[in-house]
Write a protein that binds this ligand. Structure first.
Ligand SMILES: [Zn+2]
Length: 160
């Protein structure tokens, strides 16, 4: 197991070859394999090989490469499963249902007529007003800029 990996993490053990999975794709940075508890047949996990707890911690370039692998797999996965719909899902935090704390992306084929637990829009959801949406968008934008400023300050502090 490389120093980038965590021995208590099941995905790191898979990446290190200590647990068996059915691998679809592997590069130096990203691996894709079948989920051993598929929601539907052909359920794939795409995982960067370095251990990052979740998407909050994954460097942007590696996140982009992980999504690119997902994009590459999609057409063949659709052909192999016959599912015209394939949903992407990534839990990022325990409250959101993350169970393995190593960033991963689920590719879930959804057969026609089969249930998918997350249906959007939720018919029971309340519909906010335009001004409420604008206030929320402004708040998120302000926080995105603050986060960027903090990242720049941290990089400066590290001497980059
Ligand atoms: Zn890990």
């Amino acid at each position: 197991m490389s120093p980038d990996q965590n021995p208590s993490c099941v995905f790191c053990r898979i990446i290190g070859g200590d647990e068996m999975v059915s691998v679809l794709y592997e590069s130096d940075e990203v691996i894709a394999f079948l989920d051993v508890q598929p929601l539907h047949r052909g359920h794939v996990l795409v995982v960067p090989k370095r251990h990052y707890k979740n998407l909050f911690y994954v460097p942007e370039a590696l996140a982009a490469r992980t999504f690119a692998v997902a994009r590459r797999i999609l057409p063949g996965l659709r052909r192999a499963t016959g599912s015209r719909a394939i949903n992407l899902f990534s839990p990022n935090g325990a409250h959101g249902g993350q169970d393995v704390f190593h960033f991963h992306l689920h590719l879930i084929p959804v057969p026609e007529g089969a249930p998918f637990p997350l249906q959007l829009p939720d018919p029971s959801a309340s519909v906010p007003s335009r001004s409420e949406l604008d206030v929320m968008a402004a708040r998120i934008n302000q926080c995105i800029h603050q986060e960027r400023d903090l990242e720049i300050l941290e990089e400066v502090a590290r001497g980059r």
